[in-house]
Design a binder for this molecule. Structure first.
Ligand SMILES: [Fe+2]
Length: 586
């Protein structure tokens, strides 16, 4: 059985399944080079089919992530900076203020009915748009299943990461801004195929929505720059952060007294920007960031503790965009109640096609197979790269040499403090570079940090880089690293650095609090990358490299040779390894 599952909207993504196995995943942004592209992922579909040698005709069925389908224009508007959530229509604004001030949040108000009516109309439009697009790509005659948004989040986390052969119970937490009229769920998987959702929270009490609206209030992009807010948080002083927390965030949202696995709020999360315009003005940006992070960590760890207490299940799986927050995940893995924890990597909506495909496998009686790795994108042969270099006149413009052992060449350059981009094998799926589309540097010297930040990536000054660490070196650099309890192969959780970690990985840790967001690399997962870091360790004694994604500021990861060349030409990068070719600026 061959299945295609499609996530529409922000960061539109396609996944291909053969029975219960994930064969390939590709986001549309990697094809049209627009970060978090919401275009219907036709290009991604064709490219990924070609990668594994399938055609549209080979596909047996189609899964669509989510039951509420909106037209593309909604995402374009929602994620644009112009949409500040402040409704400029004075009548609607007045009505909202009336509702918030006098009538109270529990009584439906005409604005809510207007909103519901408008949503229904848009969903009708979205359904028609989808029909046209499915017809365009030749999928309209296939059986189509629509899978609930949070079911996708939960299935992706559980089936992608559950490798235990023994029947074991698990508790699955999902949390995001909102999807299919929910923002948080708790589900029990009994290890024997039974699946029971035991709690849901509607989107008006969305912690993810509060995080995103605060991101926008701080002048950053919604659903893209939340990690920057998290990165800013450690720079605030605790006493100022706590007073901002008490004043601005604490009165807004809490766990319900009636059901401690659901949230309730005094302000509708969708209007939280308006709330901040009243209550957040005058608060310092770093205190707002830290107070929001504190709110998130406090509420989510309490939520998980409540779930464990109520069910007696302490093996925890997490999915949904809120769990992209590596500092939150660090707190979760440190909880004494948690026996084991599995964080779905790149757990925003781009992970939903994986969950939808697993859902379809389970429904068809097929056993889902866990993900061995995330190298699920496009790849290029050396012959294709050579032809590309010739076609683009690269031999004239740059110095190019071919090497049987390109990993050793890269390791040698890195040891001499050169910065080298690496384009190798299949592109990684998801938000993080895992070494195959990467800019690598010596992690011990701050000049690496400044050079990559200022001359190549143009990132914000407060944002940290991350290390790829050999599994054999992980416990030397990461405090409390215990692979039995929680592995860290995907840069989805953080650790405090050991003293040696601070010394060896100075440029690849958070400069404010000395935490690390590591990719612990195993040989079995990526042997060539493992070899590269091992050779670097032989030369320097450091068992890790600084790894940041191969892209320019504001662009997605460079998935194709064209995008890689553009990144190379338009940045301060001096070296790029494309397959077995090393290309250097003259
Ligand atoms: Fe979501």
């Amino acid at each position: 059985m061959k299945t295609v599952s499609i996530h529409l909207g922000h960061n539109a993504t396609v996944a291909l399944f053969e029975d219960g196995r994930v064969m390939a995943v590709l986001s549309q942004e990697r094809c049209d080079n627009i970060k978090n592209s919401a275009a219907f992922p036709a290009e991604a579909l064709y490219a990924i089919l070609s990668e594994i040698g399938w055609t549209v005709e080979d596909l047996d069925n189609v899964c669509i992530c989510g039951k509420q389908i909106y037209p593309t224009k909604v995402y374009d508007y929602l994620f644009s900076q112009e949409n500040t959530m402040v409704n400029r229509n004075w009548l609607v604004s007045f009505a909202k203020n009336m509702r918030d001030s006098w009538i109270g949040r529990t009584i439906p108000y005409p604005f809510d009915w207007m909103h519901a009516f408008n949503s229904k109309r848009l969903r009708g439009e979205g359904g028609k748009e989808l029909s046209v697009n499915l017809q365009r790509v030749g999928l309209s005659n296939k059986p189509i299943v629509y899978v609930d948004h949070h079911e996708c989040h939960a299935r992706s986390a559980y089936h992608a990461l559950e490798t235990s052969e023994k029947q074991q119970q698990a508790l699955i937490f999902t949390m995001d801004g909102s999807g299919d009229d929910l923002c948080a769920t708790v589900t029990i998987a009994d290890g024997n195929g039974r699946w029971e959702r035991i709690a849901v929270t509607p989107p008006h009490a969305s912690l993810g929505g509060i995080y995103s609206n605060t991101t926008r209030f701080l002048g950053m992009k919604i659903l893209e720059h939340e990690y920057k807010v998290m990165g800013l948080a450690p720079y605030a002083k605790e006493q100022y952060m706590l007073s901002t927390y008490e004043r601005v965030f604490k009165p807004v949202i809490r766990l319900s007294d009636k059901n401690s696995l659901t949230f309730e709020s005094t302000v509708n999360a969708s209007t939280f920007y308006d709330y901040l315009c009243k209550h957040g003005v005058g608060e310092r940006f770093d205190n707002l960031s830290a107070a929001l992070q504190y709110l998130t960590e406090t509420l989510v760890t309490q939520w998980i503790a409540n779930g464990i207490k109520q069910t007696g299940i302490s093996r925890v799986f997490t999915g949904g965009g809120v769990f992209m927050n590596v500092k939150l995940n660090r707190k979760i893995q440190e909880m004494k109640e948690v026996e084991q924890v599995f964080f779905m990597p790149s757990c925003g909506d781009e992970s939903n096609p994986i969950g939808a495909g697993y859902h379809q496998a389970v429904q068809s009686g097929v056993k889902p197979e866990a993900l061995d790795h995330l190298y699920l994108g496009l790849s290029y042969l050396n012959s294709e790269i050579e032809e590309f270099l010739v076609r683009n006149d690269c031999y004239r413009k740059f110095t190019i040499s071919q090497h049987d052992d390109i990993e050793e060449v890269i390791a040698g350059l890195l040891s001499k403090r050169e910065i080298v981009a690496r384009f190798a094998g299949r592109c990684e799926w998801g938000a993080r570079s895992l070494g195959n589309r990467a800019i690598l540097a010596h992690p011990s010297h701050m000049e690496s940090f400044y050079t990559v930040n200022d001359y190549i990536k143009s990132r914000d000054f407060w944002m940290p880089f991350a290390p790829s660490i050999l599994d054999s070196a992980a416990s030397r650099y990461l405090k409390g690293y215990d692979p039995q309890r929680s592995k860290a192969p995907h840069m989805i959780t953080a650790f405090a650095a050991t003293e040696l970690g601070v010394d060896h990985l100075r440029a690849a840790l958070h400069q404010g609090d000395h935490t690390l967001r590591p990719q612990v690399v195993e040989e079995v997962v990526n042997s060539s990358y493992y070899k590269l870091i091992s050779m670097f360790e032989e030369k320097t004694g450091v068992g890790a490299v600084l790894n940041t994604s191969l892209n320019l500021h504001g662009y997605p990861l460079a998935a194709t040779p064209e995008q890689a060349l553009s990144t190379f030409e338009n940045s301060g990068l001096m070296h790029i390894a494309l397959g077995s070719f090393l290309m250097s600026k003259k």
